[in-house]
Every structure is written in C-alpha cells, then in structure tokens.
Design a binder for this molecule. Structure first.
Ligand SMILES: [Zn+2]
Ligand SMILES: [Zn+2]
Length: 345
C-alpha cells in the first residue's frame, strides 16, 4: 500500500510499504478520508517529534476490508469513523470514565507504534477497538463527513462544559477551521456569536457560518466593541480557539463577571505561559477552564450532528487531495486559503 511518512520539517515521503497484517483481535481499514488537523500542521512545521518517520493522520473515515479471527462485533464492509485517543482503562482517570485525561493516553498518528490515517490502509488492533474511539458511520454520511466527526467532537465537548445556551453571547477568538466549528456549535445551542479574527481572508470565510458580528481586533478595540454589543456587560463565554497567549489575556478582559473563559487551543510547547488578570478573575468570579479532547460519546454525537446537517460539512471542507498529494494538502491547510483540508481516496 501507499503511505505518507512525515520525515522532516515540512516534508512528507509517500512510499510503497507492505499492507498491515490483520491482528487476530483487530481489523484492517481501507482509509477513505483523513483530515488535516491543526496539530498535524504543528508537527509538520516542527518535524517529526521522535526524529523518525511516522504515518500521521487521526481524523479518519474508512471501510473494513479485513477482520481478525477473534473479532465478532465488526464485519467486512462496515463504515467506521475513527478518532485518535486510545486510553489505558486502568489509571485513576480511566476508572472514573475521564478517558481524555488518561495518564497513559496514546494517539493514532502521533504516538510511535500507532500509525495513522495518511495511508491506504491502517490496522486497528484489539486495544484500539476496545479502548480507542471507533464508531460506525450513520447511513448516508460520506467518509469525508465521517472524518470531520473528530474535530467536531472536541468542540461539542467544550460547549457541553461551558454550558453554552440561548441567553449567552459567545466570543470565538480565531476563525480557523476549529473557530468556525465553534461558531456553528454555539449557534446550534442558541447563543449569539461574535468572532474576533485579525486575518481578513479568515473573517471572510467565517461569514458563511453567519456569526452575529465579525471583529478585526487589530482595527478596533475588542473590549469596547463587546461592551457596545452586550449593553456594557461583556461576553458570557469566551472561547480561545487559537494558539496565541495574548488572546487568553484579552479573553479575561472582555468576559463578564461570573463568565467563562475556555482555553481550547494549546499554546506552543516551548512557551506555554500566559498572563491573566488575576484580580479580574478573583473579584469577578470568572471561571477559566481548560478543554482538551473529549469523552468518546461526543464522537458519536458529532456523527449524528453531521448526519442531521447541524454541522454543515460542505461549508467546512474547502479542499480535498489524494494521498499522493499530501504535501499539497498540508501546504494548502497551512496557507490559510481554505478551511478544512481532507486527504481523500
Ligand atoms: Zn485533530
Ligand atoms: Zn488511563
């Protein structure tokens, strides 16, 4: 089969390798679609973390083409959507069902020994079937839509945590593919949405999701604009959906008293410190919460939300590329000229 290996900084090699063997307790999936994630882009920019080639890709839709002898719950032809997290099942957090916080979390397409979806086929071991995130795709959903379930899941989980609802004004900081998903999900939960995005092209693309306002934070004062839009109150919820520490600082400035700031995007590993006005948090009883990954049930919910077209896949996916053009797919995603980019068979 063909597989794409990340071999260096901004460098993929697509090579012919033996097909993965079917594990007795697992299966082999023919990959039909695999999305390019922001975290894939980061590793592509930085080069493979272990220095050796790994097959990345963790937003996968595919069809079962081989089934191990011991497997009873899956059959040939099953259409599956896959997300990266594989939890251990035995640690403190797993025993309490907080699988995304597992102490030994492994990730398909990221952790060595867990090859991902930028390949024609991938083996799903018994461990992945038992402790990973694997769901059947609803009828009528395309594989590209199935691959979108992964990024949608974390956004759905974040709003579940934030309790986003009808009477909220949500500010989304950053209008990349994830920021746009935050617009969609906030609106689906009934909230008003204001988007802060300095890049004009991204603001233009965010328009198709019909936020209530789009602000260029470099051209106007976001705090003043927020007061204007909320009758002086400030935002109920601010979602930081980008890797920029300054927006976290600003989030605490523009959220109302007893409001919530959700730190959704991670900061660069080498520089994870941020500055927050602790007195505003203290006197204003502001909640600053982290949001990372999700319980597997959100992946199922995302598939259903895609099926019901609550999440409009056609507006999110702007580019698809064949596996041979994985480098072009990453260049396109990195350029910001489109939104979601998917490698598709
Ligand atoms: Zn992802
Ligand atoms: Zn665990």
């Amino acid at each position: 089969m063909k597989a794409a290996f990340l071999v260096g900084v901004r460098s993929f090699e697509v090579s012919e390798v033996p097909d993965p063997a079917v594990p007795d307790d697992g299966l082999v999936l023919q990959v039909q679609a695999c999305g390019v994630c922001g975290s894939d882009l980061r590793r592509w920019r930085e080069g493979p973390p272990q220095g050796d080639g790994i097959i990345p890709g963790h937003e996968v839709g595919g069809v079962v083409v081989e089934v191990g002898l011991a497997v009873t719950q899956y059959a040939l032809g099953d259409r599956l959507a896959i997300a990266p997290d594989v939890h251990c099942g035995v640690c403190y957090y797993c025993r309490r069902g907080m699988y995304n916080l597992c102490d030994s979390l492994c990730f398909l397409g990221i952790t060595p020994g867990y090859p991902g979806g930028f390949a024609e086929k991938m083996a799903l071991t018994g461990e992945v079937l038992a402790n990973g995130i694997v769901h059947r795709m609803p009828d009528g959903l395309s594989f590209v839509e199935g691959s979108l379930a992964e990024p949608c899941s974390s956004v759905l989980a974040a709003h579940d945590k934030a309790g986003t609802s009808l009477n909220d004004t949500v500010v989304v900081m950053g209008a990349g593919p994830i920021g746009c998903l935050h617009i969609v999900v906030s609106k689906a939960r009934g909230a008003r949405v204001i988007v802060s995005e300095p890049n004009e092209r991204r603001r233009e693309m965010a328009r198709r999701f019909e936020p209530d306002a789009l602000v260029d934070p470099f051209a106007e004062d976001l705090g003043d604009r927020m007061k204007e839009l909320t009758g002086g109150l400030g935002a109920d919820i601010v979602i930081c959906a980008n890797p920029v520490a300054a927006t976290q600082t600003q989030a605490v400035e523009i959220v109302r008293k007893a409001g919530r700031v959700v730190l959704f995007g991670g900061l660069p590993k080498a520089n994870p410190l941020t500055t927050l006005d602790s007195n505003r948090i203290h006197y204003g009883e502001i909640e600053v919460v982290g949001a990372f990954s999700y319980h597997p049930s959100f992946h199922e919910l995302a598939l259903d939300a895609l099926r019901r077209a609550i999440i409009p896949a056609d507006k999110l996916v702007t580019h698809t590329f064949p596996l041979e053009e994985v480098s072009e797919a990453f260049e396109t995603a990195a350029s910001g000229e489109g939104l979601k980019v998917v490698v598709s068979a």
